[in-house]
Design a protein around this ligand. Structure first.
Ligand code: NAD
Length: 382
């Protein structure tokens, strides 16, 4: 008999939908001892919460997250709200003994992140942060190839996350849908929103980053604020470019912007080792590009591996369809839920935990410090 895991979700936006879909899919595709139960959805607007509950099958609603985290029938709190609410909710949920699945970035900054790590570790509650790109099969395959030592010594890691949706100077900041432009809700701009993903994947694949040197730009300096109705200074970084050095000696080269006309969500990374290079592109997410220098010279070249074999060769794919049939972005969340549940079943927590995600937060703080001081900055130890 599967053990129910009663989920209380806060926020019903983009991530609320992505996570709800994952909870629904998991028991149909994965064999885990725990099964998610959609127990309650929390949103401030009662009518919208009821409509969301009806659409996804939540048993009940709350309009105040504090009531939700205190409920005896909830096992796990899922935090799908803007970044400025993550810490307060997570700390209160931990005090109430709840497991926590928190959206990224973990916090507004590392100081807040540390408090969250302390809270979950003190309460001894299972926890994870939704850095879901780790669980796209082609990205998980890259991790396997790196861990098998196939790349040899690693020289370079470069990543980009490019979008183009904030170019219009009359786009307002703040409130529903536009909180990402509001420093008070987001904590940072493209660094915390987009580079956070790139950094998480990078340190997972290539280990700790020691030092960084960064430049940011805010192209549109003032925008009307939806909550105050006034034109206000824009506090977020619109673009962020940084260099760095990993503890293994390799060089980091990262760029993110919402001003790259023509790019919707172009998350790409490339890693170059002495024997092998790997490259991945979110717009073609089921492929991993592999170059192996040890291949026979006359046929040596980049291979485009379609990561869809339903054998253990291709991570997660044995749970889905037949070879050649791709799965999508949504499946990365399903995989994260499945791994979280397996962590509960086995007692070996799935990464990234809050503590793992704190490392990304420390790098984010360091790059913004560097941009401000115009100096290289050492990343403190977690
Ligand atoms: N893992 C990923 O790939 C990914 C993608 C997008 C967003 N995110 C993260 O997910 C979080 C949410 O982002 P989103 O895109 O879903 O935002 P969204 O704007 O689509 O949804 C946010 C939700 O939070 C609700 N909300 C705000 N304040 C609330 C409160 N006090 N009580 C209850 N509900 C409240 C809003 O009503 C809305 O339903 C952010 O931290 C973001 O960084 C992660």
């Amino acid at each position: 008999m599967a053990k129910p895991l009663n989920i209380g979700m806060i926020g019903y936006g983009f991530m609320g939908r992505a996570h709800s879909n994952a909870y629904v899919q998991v028991p149909h595709f994965f064999d885990t001892k725990h099964t998610p139960v959609l127990k309650a959805i929390c949103a401030r607007d009662e009518a919208k919460a009821k409509a969301f509950a009806a659409q996804w099958g939540y048993e009940s609603i709350e309009t105040d997250w504090r009531k939700l985290v205190a409920r005896k029938d909830i096992d796990a709190i899922d935090i799908c709200v803007p970044n400025n609410l993550h810490a307060e909710i997570a700390i209160e949920a931990a005090k109430n003994g709840k497991m926590i699945l928190c959206e990224k970035p973990l916090a507004m900054n590392a100081a807040e992140g540390r408090k969250m790590v302390d809270a979950v570790e003190k309460a001894k509650v299972a926890n994870t942060v939704w850095y879901n790109y780790r669980r796209i099969p082609a990205v998980s395959l890259a991790k396997r190839l790196v861990d098998e030592g196939r790349l040899g010594k690693i020289f370079h890691y470069r990543a980009k996350f490019l979008q183009d949706w904030t170019i219009k100077a009359d786009l307002p900041q703040g409130g529903q849908g536009l909180w990402r432009l509001d420093i008070a809700a987001a904590g940072a701009g493209v660094s915390g929103d987009l580079l956070a993903h790139c950094i998480d994947t990078a340190i997972w694949l290539n280990g700790r980053m020691d030092t960084v040197c960064c430049m940011t730009e805010t192209f549109v300096k003032e925008r009307m604020h939806n909550l105050t109705g006034k034109v206000e200074k824009v506090g977020i970084d619109d673009a962020c470019i940084f260099f760095g050095k990993f503890a293994n000696g390799s060089l980091a080269n990262f760029e993110s912007t919402r001003y790259a006309r023509g790019h919707k969500a172009l998350y790409t990374f490339e890693i170059n080792g002495e024997n092998m290079s790997l490259a991945w592109d979110l717009h073609d997410l089921h492929r991993l590009q592999v170059f192996d220098y040890r291949d026979e010279g006359k046929i040596r070249g980049w291979k485009s591996v379609h990561v869809t074999d339903n054998s253990p060769d291709h991570p997660y794919m044995d749970k889905w369809w037949v070879p050649g049939l791709a799965i999508g972005y949504d499946a990365s969340f399903t995989h994260q839920v499945a791994d979280f549940l397996t962590g509960l079943d086995t007692g070996k927590p799935a990464s990234p935990t809050f503590r793992d995600a704190l490392e990304t937060q420390l790098i984010l703080d360091a790059i913004l410090d560097s941009a401000k001081s115009k100096k290289w900055v050492e990343v403190p130890k977690a």
